[in-house]
Design a protein around this ligand. Structure first.
Ligand code: PEP
Ligand code: MG
Length: 531
């Protein structure tokens, strides 16, 4: 038995033979042509055929994995119509008097390199797309039909990496899992795997060689392990793990697509919390109605320096687009206390949880705040984004936030940059002060989201990081429940909605209590949405 470990992008266990994905061989040669206009026509015709194929792929993906994920094929169609791309191909044909195949391959390389060199993670990701779409045109020009030769027997698809178009073309009923040598957890392919509910492991490295083609294997998507030629004990263990997982999933699956309404007819939105764009797949997989808390500070924590406006814009936009119209509540930077990034140069503090953190940093280092707000207002054009502010304790803070928003909007307007003006604004209710002034706060914002993790820490005066205090930490403390109730009454008195995004929101022992309080939303980790 060989065990290889990679990065799991979707849980679950699959057992079957490894089937290596083989791409058709094709050699692009540079040949001289005299009839350059006829060559340009050949390119135009191949482009039209490719657009037709992409349209079909879009329809297939729409049916299989939904609009948000099918969008990639619309982007490919747009890339084919990009004037710079077309001009580059035709220029190469005309000026170098060469065949269309050579011109397309050269253009694909140039564009991919250009995207890769960009500073922006989103644009870098487009390099794979321009290559993918050019491969399609090249296959048509060379008369090679694309497609994957899948075995009749369902199998685990192994590959160096898979392009989104390759993934979506697979006959899903014959795919038990994905195992790839490379790939990123943020790639469209990883998102597709999650959305297709297929166990998948990426980054297995070169140990996953095509010499293993046809061997029996097990993917343990919970641990990121791939077992090849498993021994009897491992096989039995994995079969049992698979059985339990399927049983659990089948029960919960029955809830998908159903309205979030109680037996007595009370409606409550069930949203999900995320820390990273790669979590959106799990949100969709679990059919959350929206994202109730996007902890944007993780974007800062994963970076060695301040993420710039473009980088942030790309991430927020992607979240909004992938959620395709469902609400995406993005919380502004909540750095400080337990979440530290060296490049912020924050001082060591006696009481970091009571210190210089979250909105306090944003309101004093306004450049950081303005960059994030610009990215958020720009991204809001692409979906249903709301903005939420952490650690609020006073009306003065709201006033200041609104002043800064007005400044940001004024600047974007003056620069002619598109943005959405009427973005819903909310505050986190996570300090006792915010509970006590919740009636006034409710007049100034559109919604509340209760951060019970911090609300408990500040109300009970118990450091949430100190495990020695676990015995004293009582999240069901009547004081906490009374505070949530008070905030809910005040929100509703001003006609505003209120949810919970702290861990307590997923506490099934309290669900009934929260419904009685009339909470409008619970935002929980993706895996808790269905439970
Ligand atoms: C909270 O405090 O409950 C909350 C949701 O925010 P965080 O856990 O990120 O502080
Ligand atoms: Mg908090």
């Amino acid at each position: 038995m060989i065990t290889i470990t990679g990065k799991s992008v979707f849980g679950g266990v699959s057992i079957g033979r490894l089937s290596f994905y083989k791409r058709k061989q094709r050699v692009i040669k540079r040949t001289h042509v005299d009839a350059v206009e006829a060559e340009c026509t050949r390119f135009q015709e191949a482009k039209t055929t490719a657009a037709g194929q992409l349209k079909e792929l879009y329809e297939k993906a729409l049916a299989d994995v939904g609009e948000a994920n099918a969008m990639i094929f619309e982007i490919h169609q747009m890339m084919l119509e990009d004037l710079d791309y077309i001009e580059s191909v035709e220029n190469i044909i005309r000026t170098q008097e060469v065949n269309a195949e050579f011109a397309v391959a050269a253009t694909a390389d140039n564009f991919a390199q250009m995207f890769t060199a960009m500073d922006d993670a989103y644009m870098q990701g487009r390099a794979a797309d321009v290559k993918d779409v050019s491969e399609r045109v090249l296959n048509i020009l060379c008369g090679v039909d694309e497609g994957i030769k899948q075995t009749e027997e369902p199998s685990i698809i192994a590959a160096d990496d898979l392009a989104p178009s390759e993934t979506v073309q697979l006959d899903k009923s014959k795919v038990l899992g994905f195992a790839t040598m490379y790939g990123s957890a943020n790639s469209h392919t990883a998102i597709l795997a999650r959305t297709m509910n297929i166990p998948a492991i990426i980054g297995l490295g070169e140990e996953l060689s095509d010499k293993l083609d046809g061997q029996m294997a097990v993917i343990d998507g919970f641990t990121g392990s791939l077992y090849i030629d498993p021994d009897e004990e491992t096989l039995a263990l994995m079969q049992e793990k698979r059985r339990e997982d399927l049983e659990q999933r089948a029960l919960l699956e029955q809830l998908k697509g159903k309205e979030n309404v109680t037996k007595s007819g009370q409606k409550i939105n069930i949203y999900a919390n995320i820390g990273n764009i790669s979590d959106v797949g799990a949100v969709l997989k679990n059919d959350a109605g929206g994202i109730g808390l996007f902890r944007s500070e993780f974007l800062y924590l994963e970076n060695n320096t301040f993420p710039d406006e473009e980088q942030q814009f790309a991430v927020y936009r992607q979240a909004a687009e992938n959620m395709a119209g469902r609400k995406v509540i993005i919380r502004t930077l909540d750095i400080g206390a337990d979440k530290q990034a060296d490049y912020f140069g924050l001082d060591k503090e006696e009481n970091p949880a009571l210190g210089y953190r979250a909105i306090r940093i944003c309101l004093t280092r306004t450049n950081i705040f303005k960059t994030q707000l610009r990215a958020l207002y720009r991204a809001a054009v692409f979906g249903n984004i709301s903005i939420m502010f952490p650690m609020i304790i006073s009306m003065k803070e709201i006033e200041k936030i609104k002043e800064i928003i007005a400044e940001v909007q004024g600047e974007l307007k003056a620069e002619g940059i598109p943005f959405r003006e009427d973005v819903e604004l909310g505050v986190m209710i996570e300090t006792p002060a915010s509970v006590m002034i919740s009636r006034e706060l409710a007049r100034e914002v559109d919604f509340f989201s209760v951060g019970t993790n911090d609300l408990t820490q500040y109300t009970l005066a118990i450091d949430r990081q100190n495990s020695k205090l676990d015995a004293f930490y009582d999240p069901h403390h009547p004081a906490i429940l009374a505070m949530i109730k008070m905030a809910a009454e005040n929100a509703h008195a001003e006609g505003k909605w209120i949810g919970i995004c702290g861990e307590l929101g997923a506490d099934l022992e309290l669900t009934e209590e929260f419904l009685k309080m009339g909470l409008d939303e619970l935002s929980v980790s993706p895996a808790m949405v269905l439970p």
